[in-house]
Design a protein around this ligand. Structure first.
Ligand SMILES: C[S@@+](CC[C@H](N)C(=O)[O-])C[C@H]1O[C@@H](n2cnc3c(N)ncnc32)[C@H](O)[C@@H]1O
Length: 130
């Protein structure tokens, strides 16, 4: 993962030191640090991995800033905030940043069917850019 965005800086700053509670054991051992003392039971993603992530606030309903191209974009439970027209324009805008053949993941209740011709439905919440 190279970038994380959300509309508010507060929201993205929370994600700078994320703590998770469910993760596969081998990923936990390779990429995470176990919490000790008052943090026991939790864990954080290892610093070396965190340093490879760029955090920034991006408003998806506005023109996107100069950002890189992505192989995969995870946008779970974000489209639910937008009406149909806004979803369509957000979808088109995001597609300009997804490499051909790359994937867009949304939430299980968020259908993008018929939104963009360039987007192929792979399964209920997974789409691939043609
Ligand atoms: C329900 S949370 C989902 C968070 C996370 N994706 C998840 O699945 O746990 C909705 C997220 O949508 C983001 N969001 C809402 N409107 C947005 C916008 N116009 N541009 C970018 N992010 C937006 C909020 O910042 C928030 O992080």
């Amino acid at each position: 993962m190279r970038s994380i965005s959300a509309i508010s800086a507060k929201s993205s700053s929370t994600k700078r030191s994320p703590r998770y509670h469910r993760i596969q054991k081998h990923l936990l051992q390779t990429y995470c640090l176990r919490g000790v003392g008052s943090k026991q039971g939790g864990f954080v993603v290892d610093r070396h991995l965190r340093e490879r992530i760029e955090f920034r606030a991006v408003n998806l309903i506005e023109q996107l800033p100069e950002i890189d191209f992505f192989d995969v974009v995870f946008l779970r439970n974000v489209m639910i905030y937008f009406d149909q027209n806004t979803r369509r324009s957000v979808c088109k805008r995001l597609l300009t940043r997804i490499r051909p053949g790359g994937y867009l993941f949304v939430g299980h209740s968020e259908s993008l069917r018929g939104m963009c011709d360039e987007l192929l439905s792979v399964s209920s919440s997974i789409y691939r850019r043609l």
